[in-house]
Design a protein around this ligand. Structure first.
Ligand code: AMP
Length: 444
């Protein structure tokens, strides 16, 4: 199969040739004809599958061949993305695909001044890539009208809900024309996503290019149990032992990112960090330097790293496990792309056992544990498996119950009590259900 047989027009084929795309990826092979035929789409596809071209190519073609010229302060197609980085990245791809077409493209997101964005929108743009919050700001300030909108793309919809954008999406939904084409892309399909799809899509074609909620098979994954306080030391040890060259490291919090970067830099290791507290320009610079191999270790939070297209990354390290199990799939999706093998190593301490269990249940696999000599944890990480059970430790003789529950924080509950820990409540994100079909909303 070629892009020409999918029915793409010559200016797009020429752009693809320049980019060196020879064969459509599975998501492209399915999405391109469906979008060209005007269908709504509900696609399960992770970053790295070629999903951006899957929606952008047919979208560009439809906009070129159909519809009126874009009016002032209007957009004909809107691509919603969860983060600034992803918006920039998607926009860069769209602009590349559109290089021989008479279409205008632009990206808007928060964290930078709104005025230049308002100026730019005056003439209207054919394709607008946006993060939800900034889009709403622009709409409310009358810098953008959506009555000319033909197509809406929700990129990484699961992530938008995880980041708490359900209310923004509901607001945007009310701003849209009823008659439009809608394409929804999501790496995972939770009930909330299905609810959103039910509201936003009209008789969608479902596309699934990788098994649902199953992490890429080409990624070798394992876990190193360790005590929490020894994680930085273990990381440095593994890095030196494995002669790691370029590693993307995930930490749970912004402080965690900063602390690890400081520690690594203190040891003369070339490391940088990205998280939501850093200005956009600083984040972009760190990312560019990492991509250019000027930075060896990039430490990131999930939000900052979401959707980043870093190719051929050999190794991803989870310094902390993600609170949301689906993020594990997103994280390790940075490696093992396009048939390359990759490795994903998770440093797991005892109080992350419920997260580990949730990840194993979601990915339907029991992750191999490799104990690192001299780093065996004092606080044992209870056994887990893909059934979601945290396997209890052999019971110690029962101690008399102490009054007041002083004891060790967290540990007692699932290590000593002999109970099977409830995996769900502590890991599942508290997501607001999209509000499209609910009654009057309470003010925050
Ligand atoms: P995406 O999943 O959209 O983030 O794309 C992942 C990477 O694959 C990007 O670097 C794209 O440029 C690249 N890519 C997408 N489609 C193709 C294709 N058909 N052939 C080669 N590379 C592609």
């Amino acid at each position: 199969m070629t892009f020409a047989t999918l029915g793409l027009i010559e200016p797009l084929l020429r752009a693809l040739e320049t980019l060196g795309y020879q064969t459509p990826t599975p998501v492209q092979a399915q999405a391109i004809p469906a979008v060209l035929a005007g269908r709504d789409l509900m696609a399960a596809a992770q970053t790295g599958t070629g999903k951006t071209a899957g929606f952008a190519l047919p979208l560009l073609q439809l906009l070129t061949l159909e519809g009126p010229k874009v009016a002032a302060n209007s957009a004909r197609a809107l691509i919603l993305c969860p983060t600034r980085e992803l918006a920039e990245q998607v926009h860069a791809s769209v602009a590349e695909y559109a290089q021989h077409l008479p279409l205008t493209t632009y990206a808007v997101y928060g964290g930078v001044s709104i005025n230049p964005q308002m100026m730019k929108l005056r003439k209207g743009v054919d394709i607008l890539v946006a993060t939800p919050g900034r889009l709403i700001d622009l709409f409310r300030q009358n810098a953008l009208k959506l009555n000319q909108l033909q197509t809406l793309v929700l990129d990484e919809a699961d992530r938008m809900l995880d980041l708490g954008f359900s209310e923004e999406l509901a607001n945007i939904y009310r701003m849209l024309p009823k008659k439009r084409q809608t394409l929804l892309f999501s790496a995972t399909f939770s009930d909330d996503i299905r609810l959103l799809a039910g509201q936003m899509l009209n008789d969608p074609l479902s596309i699934e290019v990788s098994p649902r909620n199953v992490a890429a098979k080409t990624v070798k994954q394992w876990v190193v149990p360790v005590d929490k306080k020894r994680k930085p030391e273990l990381f440095v040890h593994l890095m030196r032992k494995g002669r790691w060259k370029q590693v993307l490291v995930f930490a749970k919090t912004r402080n965690g990112v900063d602390a690890l970067v400081d520690k690594l830099q203190g040891l003369g290791i070339n490391a940088d960090g990205i998280h939501g507290d850093k200005p956009q320009a600083t984040r972009q610079r760190a990312l560019d330097r990492f991509k250019a191999s000027d930075v060896q270790i990039l430490v990131a939070t999930d939000v900052a790293a979401r959707g980043l297209d870093i190719e051929d990354l050999p190794l991803v390290v989870n310094f902390d496990l993600p609170i949301v199990a689906e993020d594990y799939i997103h994280r390790i999706g940075r490696t093992g792309r396009a048939g390359n093998t990759g490795e994903a190593i998770s440093l797991v301490c005892a109080d992350e056992v419920n997260m580990l269990s949730a990840i194993e249940m979601l990915t339907r696999q029991t992750l191999t544990r490799k104990m690192e000599p001299d780093f065996e944890p004092e606080h044992r990480v209870p056994d887990t498996d893909a059934s979601g059970q945290v396997v209890k430790k052999p019971k110690k003789p029962k101690k008399p119950k102490a009054s007041g529950g002083g004891g060790k924080r967290n540990l007692g509950k699932w290590v000593d009590s002999g109970e099977v820990a409830p995996a769900e409540p502590s890991i599942k994100p508290v997501r607001k259900v999209p509000v499209f079909n609910t009654g009057p909303r309470k003010k925050k």
